[in-house]
Design a protein around this ligand. Structure first.
Ligand code: AMP
Ligand code: DBH
Length: 550
């Protein structure tokens, strides 16, 4: 199955190795080197738990030993769905040591997403949290097992009455204490280490194979750009599994630099301010809507947030107005981060001038990142003009898992990944994100593939046709609007309430639900007969404006 992962052409791989980008080390080495250099330093703070590097390494090794004793071995796959917590990192490194390849699902992923990951990966193991509604009892696990013949093991965080007693063991205070540590053999650093999730623009979410070599380089280079060191204290408030807080430089960057990760359950002011005052992080990463919430929160005056020196913002476009307000009112330096789980990450640099920090999304982190801004015929646009961002480099993937056809469209013939972002580049090489040419809604950093939502709505028997588009939203930037053409031949009129109830019953992640349904007699078409989504976006935007002014 993993044979269908596309790797780098031999000559590129050789070049990346010769230039020192790929060092043929596994991700687990990030932790091992700190155990040599920094064993007593606190690696992770999660509420009242403080764990040193030595502890994290010991507990990851024990968990790996336990899983090996159960029969898991290199090349097996797993689904992990954990909240922001210490155990997330124990599990991450345990699986890396074993060379078991996980996909780290987000906590707000639901039945539809997990079922799809299981179908794509045929995992042997699921590690989840009993707080998630799917894992409160055994029903969903049994259901998955029925269609995933390999699936045998489940390990739960939290109190569980159904997954034997193992569930309770995945708790920070006693991670597999009675398991002796086994030595783990080295694995090929060219191999896939885990699967990252793509926001996607197709009917089913795509999995991104990330290798040890490429991901490790992206972490090291991010640490270099951000100048992280042992004094770095990073507030991890975005979902730990997301590429941004995992690797830009994120928690893995902290571990590489020997600093401390402070886990926050979510990016809300009520969760974060308390933790900032208590644990004094100097860096944090947010999406733009969270920045708005922080700025407008009345709670802010009651807390000492002065330890924060840099606030990274990414995942969706930050307005220059918010950028300026943020630096002034929070007394921080802004770092814009424009990245993608597929690879390429751009940062504004800490010493960039104010205009660059406020108005651009930064520039590629590596000299080896190749950027081409092109028109729809893949021809470069003149410098300074907007075009489609395509890229390749030592940490940008070369193909989604099991997606041969889709990969043909997602890459140019010479291996550049077509990101679907419309950008322009300033004379100094900084990138400004202007928009997007992919069928996706970016709900304040949470990406939703229109087609995935359309398929769910289309499953309703009274729906004849459907098109999902972004509508403007003051806080999130965009929300989801579904235009629905009802079937005429059915007696009972279709209502918004019926559609809402129907979609909510389908087991899709909540953030993918349409925020609004609009009925329409037929979908507008372009000259070439495609659904005219631009017209639909304009239509809903006008409707919103006129309802505001009415
Ligand atoms: P994904 O492929 O799901 O990892 O999402 C990556 C996409 O998020 C990018 O291709 C952009 O469309 C969007 N994105 C990420 N960071 C930024 C940013 N700082 N500004 C604008 N868009 C962003
Ligand atoms: O949105 C993203 O996917 C993203 C944003 C910032 C990302 O993957 C990253 C940094 O690494």
């Amino acid at each position: 199955m993993l044979k269908s992962c596309v790797s780098w052409p031999v000559e590129d791989a050789e070049r990346y190795r010769n230039l020192g980008y790929w060092i043929d080390e596994e991700l687990s080495q990030i932790l091992e080197r700190q155990v040599q250099e920094n064993p007593t330093q606190i690696a992770v703070i999660d509420n009242d738990i403080e764990k040193s590097y030595a502890c994290l390494e010991k507990e990851a090794t024990r968990l790996a030993s336990y899983l090996a004793a159960q029969g898991l071995c290199a090349g097996d796959t797993a689904i992990v769905q954990l909240p922001n917590c210490y155990e997330f990192y124990v599990v991450f490194f345990a699986l890396q040591k074993l060379a078991v390849l996980p996909v780290n699902a987000l906590m707000n992923h639901n039945q539809v997403e997990l079922t799809h990951y299981a179908a794509a990966l045929q995992p042997k193991l699921i590690i989840a949290d009993t707080k998630h509604s799917l894992f409160g009892d055994s029903q969903f696990f049994e259901q998955l097992k029925a269609c995933t013949p390999q699936l045998q093991y489940v390990l739960l965080r939290g109190q569980s009455t159904w997954a034997k007693e193992l569930g309770e063991k995945l708790h920070a205070s006693a991670c597999f204490e009675h398991f002796d540590s086994l030595p783990f053999r080295k694995h090929q650093a060219d191999n896939v280490a885990f699967f990252q999730l793509s926001g996607g623009s197709t009917g089913t979410p795509k999995l991104i194979p990330r290798t040890h070599n490429d991901y490790y380089y992206s972490v090291r280079q991010s640490v270099e750009v951000c100048q992280w060191n042992k004094q770095t204290r990073y507030l991890c408030a975005l979902p730990a599994a997301h590429n941004f807080p995992l690797s830009s430089p994120g928690a893995l960057g902290v571990f590489y630099a020997g600093g401390t990760v402070i886990c926050a359950p979510d990016p809300s002011p009520s969760s974060c301010f308390r933790l900032i005052e208590a644990h004094k992080p100097n860096w944090a990463a947010l999406v733009p809507p969270a920045v708005s919430l922080w700025l407008d929160s009345r709670e802010r005056q009651h807390y000492d947030l002065s330890s924060l020196t840099v606030l990274q913002v990414g995942g969706a476009k930050l307005s220059a107005t918010l950028a300026a307000r943020m630096e002034k009112e929070l007394v921080v330096t802004l770092q814009q981060v424009f990245g993608m789980a597929e690879g390429l990450v751009n940062y504004t640099r800490l010493d960039d001038d104010e205009w660059t920090r406020h108005h651009t999304q930064g520039r590629p982190m590596s000299a080896a990142d190749e950027i081409r801004i092109v028109d729809e015929n893949n021809q470069p646009v003149p410098q300074g003009e907007a075009g489609l961002l395509t890229t390749k480099g030592p940490y940008t993937f070369r193909g989604y898992l099991n997606a041969e056809l889709h990969n043909l469209a997602a890459f140019t013939e010479d291996g550049f990944y077509c990101s679907g972002d419309v950008v322009k580049q300033t004379a100094s090489g900084d990138i400004i994100v202007e928009g997007r040419d992919k069928d996706q809604i970016n709900k304040g950093g949470e990406k939703v593939a229109a087609e995935e939502v359309e398929n769910q709505v289309l499953a309703h028997p009274a729906v004849h046709d459907c098109a999902v588009v972004a509508m403007p939203d003051p806080l999130l930037g965009e929300r989801i609007c579904a235009f629905v053409v009802p079937r005429e031949d059915l007696g009972q009129p279709l209502t918004r309430a019926m559609l809402n109830r129907f979609v909510r019953g389908r087991g899709l992640a909540d953030y993918k639900y349409p925020d609004r349904f609009e009925f329409i007699a037929s979908l507008p078409k372009t000259k070439v007969g495609k659904i005219d989504k631009r017209a639909l976006r304009e239509h809903i935007a006008n409707l919103l404006t006129s309802s505001q002014t009415a």
